[in-house]
Design a binder for this molecule. Structure first.
Ligand code: DGJ
Length: 333
């Protein structure tokens, strides 16, 4: 028996190494199933990325397979919770559990699995030392149109839910957060029945709107905002409003965040660019190497099998032209 131990150990180590290298990703492969470090498909849709102390955190909607709301309800008890993954290289993600869980026992809660919990975004508040999450909180028929807010002392949570409201008394559906270099935070939200975007400035603790807001893209019916800043200017990628179906993306620019926004046009190029490669914008990540544009490729018949389209966002040094070219596979370098 004793002589068998060493070879068995070597075999076990080799098998472990094979499994480990099989799960490691060296490239981004848009539209393909993207597995986490346990080998399970990453389940974090409509998500947002937070970079904190050397680690990226990815928060998103945890969808159950064939989990279409509004009337159907969920099969998986965790469906509609907000999942959290962590990574150092943006390619290999470890499942950290649920940052915010649904409350299946509480029918009256915004966090009941029957409710809409979409597009979570988390930012860090340097003044309070808290991680602040905002998400689209809605009723099953999307009539409540509110924003939910939760806080945590750690990036992975669990976040403590503070409640939902309509920012500045206005509807809030697809939404994102943006923190400017001076620490001021803003919420961008599709408002007024999705016809007009509201940009709501937040209080110093990021927990409420501070009362200052502007109406932009008036009557243009834009949703899925993904905001980033480059060279002192502000950019937002949005989609048109066609439910879970893809449409043409649009990029807009502003010199000041609450100022006037000018529509530039579709930043996507290459095969499928007219329908955002079958995706919908959700976030733009700024990395030391450049920007990554993140899109959801929704599968409305099986939302749990929705995929991700992460592509490099390039900025032409001479002309400043921003484009998101299609790539079947690419590496961060
Ligand atoms: C489009 C939005 O962008 C999604 O987040 C989701 O709310 C779907 N509509 C629902 O139809």
């Amino acid at each position: 028996m004793k002589t068998m131990r060493f070879p068995m150990l070597v075999i076990a180590l080799c098998l472990g190494l094979v499994a480990y290298t099989q799960q490691r990703h060296e490239t981004f492969r848009p539209k393909q199933v993207w597995t986490d470090t346990d080998g399970n498909p990453i389940n974090a849709h409509g998500g947002g990325i937070l970079y904190h102390e050397g680690t990226y955190y990815w928060y998103g909607e945890y969808k159950a397979r064939r989990s279409f709301l509004p009337q159907g309800g969920m099969r998986d008890g965790n469906a509609n919770s907000i999942s959290c993954y962590s990574s150092r290289d943006l390619l290999n993600w470890k499942f950290e559990g649920f940052a915010l869980r649904t409350e299946p026992e509480n029918r009256n809660s915004d966090l009941h699995p029957s409710q809409v919990i979409e597009r979570p975004k988390v930012v860090y508040n340097k003044k309070t030392g808290q991680f602040v999450m905002w998400f689209h909180s809605d009723s099953p028929n999307y009539a409540r149109a509110s924003a939910g807010v939760a806080v945590s002392d750690t990036p992975v949570g669990p976040f403590q839910y503070l409640g939902s409201f309509r920012p500045n008394g206005s509807m809030s559906r697809d939404q994102t957060l943006f923190v400017d270099d001076d620490g001021t935070a803003y919420q961008f939200a599709s408002s007024e029945e999705n016809q007009t975007m509201h940009i709501n400035r937040l209080t110093d603790d990021y927990l409420r709107p501070d009362g200052q807001f502007v109406r932009r893209f008036v009557g243009m019916a834009r949703e899925a905002p993904a905001v980033f800043k480059h060279d002192g200017r502000y950019y937002v990628i949005t989609s048109a409003c066609t439910g879970w179906d893809p449409n043409k993306a649009e990029l807009a620019v502003a010199d000041s965040i609450m100022g006037e926004w000018r529509v530039i046009g579709n930043p996507c190029t290459g095969e499928g660019a007219d329908r955002t490669f079958m995706g919908q914008s959700n976030y733009v990540i700024q990395t030391p190497q450049g920007y990554i544009a993140c899109f959801d490729m929704w599968n409305k018949y099986d939302l749990g099998d929705s995929r991700y389209i992460w592509l490099p966002l390039t900025i032409d040094a001479a002309t400043g032209t921003i484009s998101i070219p299609w790539r079947e596979e690419w590496s961060p370098e």
